[in-house]
Ligand binder design. Structure first.
Ligand code: URA
Length: 435
């Protein structure tokens, strides 16, 4: 087979056979496909789409491009995955809460993609924390602690690992077919028994329209279910950041404040608890999601999830007193400045993608493959939709490497905020459940 012929077929809007898709996925993993060919393939799929059979074939071929795990734990092996958002640090809190409730959570996460943040980049802000571990180490940590949030190291879905990094820098992230194959190849290779997907919709999501998010959720639930992993999806709002912080170390600090009960963003709490409830139901740890939500809330309120998070950080090489002393460990930006509201009013719209790109522009995300990150930079104290501000009140705080970057981020963030005389309509946070 020939990569050029496969790319040209998709470029011309034709269907690919299972064999062609498997060949391409293997070529991504073994190097027979070049970066340029992978980028062109991704663009052809983005522009011309795939049908259900092609999507299933690509997902399974990417899963089978590496090892498929098999765990042997005394409880259900569960995980959650988000399609990507801004200020979305749910995984940091949810993984330990699920573990406290009796689940085993080998959470294989990704790096930042396009304008959205990535869980692994956030965890890399913790000194010593190893996001790249062997499967044997991951098995040990999950067995002892109940959860481990790490990267798809070793040989887990290597085809996705490569394509993900190429999509990130070729404008090809927003393809529902590629998102489906990317998310599910990793998750299915992780040998899960149950999965909950947080499918984002709104200005900060890859797919901004609710009907696109619903279509993606249905595709994800059906492909995962067909591959033997019980799966449900929640469509959740991403018209504003979920946490009040966006940026790697800042989101870790926000997660620690949540876990310690020092400061809890209410939307973040609601989404975390809702996802956890569904997953405990899927995993058979409770009868109904509502009961599961109460279990997750209790895991936070009792401090057990906080303690579990601390043990996970330590087991993966981070400081043993990280939860108590995170402020001493997390990197800090050189310059910090408030962004002031230019006039009084209600926040009626936030361009989430622009906020994400502001974080990338500060150095908190990648402009091109392999770019090093500045973990300290980002935004916090972000005003939410419906907030009322007076002229001169802060709507966000920028953490930057220097004064120029600070000025640029201020301009981007100001342009991303719309202030009006009356509050806008409130969109539901959890739009619907699929599956
Ligand atoms: N998360 C992934 O793992 N892959 C995508 O393509 C989007 C979100």
């Amino acid at each position: 087979m020939d990569a050029r012929a496969i790319i040209a077929r998709k470029r011309d809007g034709e269907r690919l056979s299972g064999d062609q898709i498997r060949w391409f996925a293997n070529g991504l993993a073994n190097g027979a496909v070049t970066d340029a060919q992978a980028g062109a393939f991704a663009m052809a799929v983005l522009l011309n789409g795939m049908d259900e059979d092609e999507r299933v074939a690509l997902t399974l071929a990417m899963r089978d491009s590496g090892d498929v795990q098999n765990w042997d734990y005394p409880g259900p092996v569960l995980d959650k995955h988000s399609t990507g958002g801004i200020g979305d640090n749910v995984s940091l809190m949810l993984a330990p809460a699920l573990a406290v409730c009796g689940a085993y959570v080998p959470m294989i996460s990704g790096r930042g993609l396009g304008h959205t943040g990535g869980t692994l980049d956030k965890l890399d802000a913790i000194p010593g924390y190893r996001t790249e571990v062997s499967v044997a180490d991951m098995r040990k940590v999950v067995g002892e602690v109940g959860c481990a949030i790490v990267g798809a190291s070793g040989n887990i879905a290597p085809a996705d690992k490569r394509l993900y990094a190429i999509r990130d820098v070729t404008g090809t992230v927003e393809s529902p077919d590629l998102i489906t194959a990317s998310i599910l190849s990793k998750k299915l290779a992780a040998g899960l028994e149950g999965l909950v997907l947080d499918v984002k919709t709104g200005s900060g999501a890859f797919l901004s329209q609710p009907e696109e998010a619903v279509a993606l959720a249905k595709a994800l639930v059906s492909v995962a279910g067909g591959a033997g992993c019980k799966t449900a999806a929640l469509i959740t709002d991403m018209n504003e950041p979920l946490a009040s912080s966006a940026g790697n170390a800042l989101e870790v600090a926000n997660a620690v404040a949540f876990l310690r009960g020092d400061a809890i963003d209410s939307r973040l709490w609601d989404v975390t608890v809702a996802l956890g409830g569904v997953l405990l139901e899927i995993g058979g740890l409770c009868e109904r999601a509502a009961e599961g939500q109460a279990m997750i809330a209790a895991a936070f309120q009792s401090g057990a999830a906080t303690e579990c998070f601390g043990r996970m950080v330590a087991a993966l090489g981070g400081p043993t007193n990280f939860v108590e002393r995170s402020g001493d460990y997390l990197p800090k930006a050189h310059v910090v400045g408030e962004i002031e509201a230019p006039k009084a009013g209600f926040v009626t719209a936030i361009d989430g993608r622009a906020l994400g790109l502001a974080v990338v522009g500060l150095g908190g995300g990648r402009q091109k493959q392999g770019d090093p990150l500045d973990y300290a930079v980002g935004l916090d104290q972000l005003a939410g939709l419906g907030a009322h501000v007076q002229a001169g009140d802060p709507i966000a705080v920028v953490h930057a490497a220097d004064a120029d970057a600070l000025a640029q981020a201020k301009a981007t963030v100001l342009a991303a905020y719309t202030l009006g005389d009356v509050p806008g309509d409130e969109a539901p946070l959890i739009v619907k459940r699929i599956g």
